[in-house]
Design a protein around this ligand. Structure first.
Ligand SMILES: N[C@@H](CCC(=O)N[C@@H](CS)C(=O)NCC(=O)O)C(=O)O
Length: 203
């Protein structure tokens, strides 16, 4: 299978971490959807990464859908529980973490708009979402090693990618200072080969 990804995309990183954890072979097609000559729209009409092309020719996006597909391949470790309701709870943590990324991306894009078009109020509004969601994720991470159960699952992977993205784009945010359980969770995740192999390049 082929994964269309940019090296800085936190959503693509989530999928690359999952592929590494499950030791699933794949071809990485590095393609930034922001470039004029991008091929991403040929696989994803929304023009976003990640997008996955399976060996059977199916195309899957966005990252939660790809994560769901990879789970069907039955490759260990399982990152979603077999029980349907327990799986929804894990996916809720994934959505919370992805939502942190969504708001951080929105704040970054707003901050890059030219003088006169940029809204500091909108940046602040998005960063308030980030902080509220961090508070909730911290509550869910407190007094335990992983967000769900006694092993790393999809919510943890998504949380690690969201927190890594904050480190990349908002290094002065000091989320570790305010959220010690998330700091411990991130340290646990960032030590794994799947995370060290997918650290985003600066820029
Ligand atoms: N919800 C999507 C978000 C994907 C996304 O926004 N990817 C960004 C890269 S970080 C992108 O491709 N943006 C290009 C664009 O918005 O045109 C997912 O989880 O895959």
């Amino acid at each position: 299978m082929k994964l269309f990804a940019s090296l800085t995309s936190p959503y693509a990183r989530k999928i690359r971490v999952i592929l590494a954890e499950k030791a699933l072979p794949f071809e990485l097609v590095v393609d930034s959807p922001w470039e004029a000559n991008t091929r991403v729209p040929t696989v994803n009409p929304l023009g976003k990464v990640p997008a996955l092309v399976t060996d059977a020719g199916d195309i899957f996006f966005d990252s939660p859908v790809i994560a769901g597909y990879l789970e069907t391949l039955d490759a260990a470790p399982r990152l979603l529980p077999a029980d349907a309701l327990a799986a929804v709870r894990v996916r809720q943590n994934e959505a919370l973490a992805d939502g942190i990324t969504d708001a951080a991306v929105a704040a970054l894009l707003e901050s890059r708009r030219p003088d006169g078009e940029r809204s500091e109020r909108e940046i602040a509004r998005q960063l308030e979402k980030v902080e509220r969601a961090l508070v909730e994720l911290e509550r869910r991470a407190a007094s335990r090693d992983w967000l769900d159960g006694d092993r790393m699952q999809l919510g943890d992977v998504a949380a690690g990618c969201a927190l890594g993205y904050l480190d990349l784009r908002f290094p002065k945010l000091d989320w570790r200072g305010r959220h010690p359980a998330l700091a411990a969770l991130a340290a646990r995740l960032f030590a794994r080969p799947s995370f060290t192999a997918t650290v985003p390049p600066a820029g």
